[in-house]
Design a protein around this ligand. Structure first.
Ligand code: 13P
Length: 251
């Protein structure tokens, strides 16, 4: 079933001081909403315990921004999906363009991580998106479809309910340039078509948009029929902005 979701990806931002201010403010702001929205906070992993504690009794879920492709072992510095589940996470982000670009993550690696995430009982939030160069050369849809195929290879239709796709055009991340609601809608439609082609229930899966979502553009994006919510970077670090985005009606 398609769910409305707004997820906060703090990336490598924040401090304990920010956690202690931001999380209670978001918790209280979201508690006042009654729009059937699922809200997820994905802080840097080191703060998961504190974030969980501050969210106790709240409906807001927590997630990790990355997991290893291995279950356990001699992988210094890595975090296993099972550990994220132990720490109370319900979601794991995977395939973010920053991981693909800065840490050379391939579609194959992303597929391995998706498998570990699902084995651990978490839900995978799988990011896809084209660069500006790829969009300008008319390859955006091809690139996104290839990423979907690579990341979701071997996924059963049954497991699809535990997978959320996040379309994040790389050129819109942290740049203040958002895809127009029409362009985002067109890509979301293409994503659903591709999911169906892969044997997955594409019309029943949640597909989120990410890339410079702000209080002033969220409503137009979320009003589109194939956009089920957002993955928010910069604006998730300001309680007022993040709550305003959560308030923007999702169709
Ligand atoms: P911004 O909202 O800062 O553009 O970041 C989007 C993003 O990458 C979320 O994962």
């Amino acid at each position: 079933m398609r769910r409305k979701i707004v997820a906060a990806n703090w990336k490598m931002n924040g401090s304990l001081e920010l956690v202690q201010k931001l999380v209670p403010a978001v918790r209280d702001g979201v508690a006042a909403l009654d729009n059937g929205l699922e809200v997820v906070i994905m802080p840097p992993s080191i703060y998961l315990g504190q974030v969980r504690e501050l969210l106790s009794g709240s409906s807001i879920a927590v997630g990790v921004q990355n997991v290893a492709q291995w279950q356990s072992g001699a992988y210094t510095g890595e975090i296993a999906a099972g550990m994220a589940a132990d720490a109370g996470c319900q979601y794991a982000l995977v395939g973010h363009s920053e991981r693909r670009q800065l840490f050379d993550e391939t579609d194959e690696l992303v597929a391995g991580k998706v498998a570990r995430i699902l084995e651990s009982g978490l839900q995978a939030m799988v990011c896809v998106g084209e660069t500006l160069e790829e969009r300008e050369s008319g390859d955006a849809e091809t690139v996104v479809c290839r990423q979907l195929e690579g990341a979701l290879k071997g996924l059963s239709a049954g497991d699809a309910s535990k997978v959320i796709v996040a379309y994040e055009p790389v050129w819109a991340i942290g740049t203040g340039k958002t895809a127009t609601a029409e362009d985002a809608q067109a890509m979301h439609e293409a994503i659903r078509r591709k999911l169906v082609e892969l044997g997955l229930p594409g019309n029943a899966m949640s597909v989120l948009y990410g890339g410079s979502v702000k209080p002033d553009n969220a409503a137009a994006l979320f009003a589109k029929p194939d956009i089920d919510g957002g993955l928010i970077g910069g604006a998730s670090l300001k309680a007022e902005d993040f709550i305003a985005i959560c308030q923007a009606g999702i169709s």
